[in-house]
Design a protein around this ligand. Structure first.
Ligand code: GLA
Length: 350
């Protein structure tokens, strides 16, 4: 039984895909077998879509319309199109993995340089969104079904809510978000869904702040179609925060917007049998609450994406500075207990 088949009646099953996966026949075979949605792990982020060399070669000419380069993105778009896999566009407006020169006067590649003016940044933001959406919609129509228009604009540890150190906040302030969504709505093809995406949304302050600062104002202008819950978790979160996590899913779900789980993984550093059984339990808990929320009509969950297919390619080993075993497949593609637990949830709840 494949993952996508097991969850067919509930939501799309997705995974992030890296440029290394793209070069592996085995990874592509598993991608086609198990998943109905894919997200480029990095290659469709601004740092890979902006053409630095060309833009910086003539800052005056490119000032309001930076040069673009879609070579890396094309591979994902082509694969998705040719294999009938829906692609999540990730991500347009983010403080991270967007080069600093993009935000600077005269495209100076230097953190100390002055920020570009508000007017310039609004023009660059509109240009970027317009150019990316037009490119994918013209050359690969229908392939991208949803975009993370803005990623991580809220900080849970900052009492004022906004991520103030973000270059987007520095240059445009609070209305960066609404402007990004206005541009996205203006240029998105009908049916392409616009998402706000963030991590640790189980944090009560963050959940409320996302709702009040982002979701409500966007809903008033009908600019948002969905909320992305990244869902990078640890075993500790699974032990302590699942009630809050479910609360968030239902709280966001009550807006009637679509919900996507966009970047699911559970950091686990214990590869013993007991450790892997615990991980399987964690995933069982998560998928049980997903299916229940969907069945009850409490959240219109339409897509669940894992952040990686197999343990040895997970970003978590680098990020947590210890070897992580967080996913459904082992280093040699063996189906872990977690895989079997996830596949079984729908029949257990039937
Ligand atoms: C965030 C981003 C992802 C990815 C992860 C870490 O969640 O949205 O694109 O970079 O961090 O891998």
């Amino acid at each position: 039984m494949s993952l996508k088949k097991a969850y067919e009646q509930y939501f799309k099953m997705g995974t992030s895909v890296s440029r290394y996966d793209m070069k592996s026949d085995k990874a592509m075979e598993e991608l086609v077998k198990h998943y109905s949605s894919m997200t480029a792990e990095n290659d469709m982020k601004p740092m890979f879509m902006l053409d630095k060399e060309t833009t910086l070669s003539d800052p005056e000419k490119y000032n309001l319309q930076p040069a673009m380069n879609y070579d890396t993105a094309r591979k994902y778009l082509e694969f998705a199109r040719d294999n009938g896999i829906a692609l999540r566009g990730h991500t347009l407006g983010w403080h991270n993995q967007t080069p600093i020169w993009f935000f600077k006067e005269g495209f100076q590649d230097n953190f100390e340089a002055p920020w570009a003016s508000r007017e310039t940044m609004l023009a660059r933001l509109e240009w970027y969104i317009k150019n990316v959406l037009s490119f994918v919609q013209t050359e690969y129509p229908g392939v991208i079904y949803a975009w993370d228009v803005v990623n991580e604009a809220i900080e849970e540890r900052n009492e004022e809510g906004w991520r103030k150190r973000s270059p987007w906040y520095q240059t445009l302030g609070e209305d960066f978000v609404i402007n990004a969504f206005r541009f996205a709505r203006k240029y998105a093809a009908p049916g392409v869904k616009l998402f706000y995406n963030d991590y640790n949304t189980f944090d009560p302050f963050k959940r409320e702040t996302i709702m009040n600062f982002i979701v409500k104002p966007l809903m008033e202008e009908k600019l948002i179609d969905g909320i992305g819950m990244q869902t990078h978790l640890t075993m500790e979160h699974v032990e302590k925060a699942m009630d809050e996590y479910e609360k968030t899913l239902r709280f966001f779900g009550a807006t009637g917007l679509e919900i996507h789980v966009t970047e699911l993984d559970v950091h686990n550093a214990d590869p013993s049998e007991a450790g892997m059984l615990k991980l399987a339990e964690a995933y069982k808990t998560l998928f049980t609450l997903y299916v229940n929320a969907k069945k009850e009509g409490a959240a219109n969950l339409t897509s669940v994406t894992f952040w990686g297919m197999k343990d040895d390619v997970s970003w978590l080993t680098g990020f947590r500075k210890e070897r992580s075993y967080p996913l459904l497949f082992g280093d040699n593609w063996e189906e872990k207990d977690a895989y079997h637990a996830v596949v079984k949830v729908p029949e257990e709840l039937a």
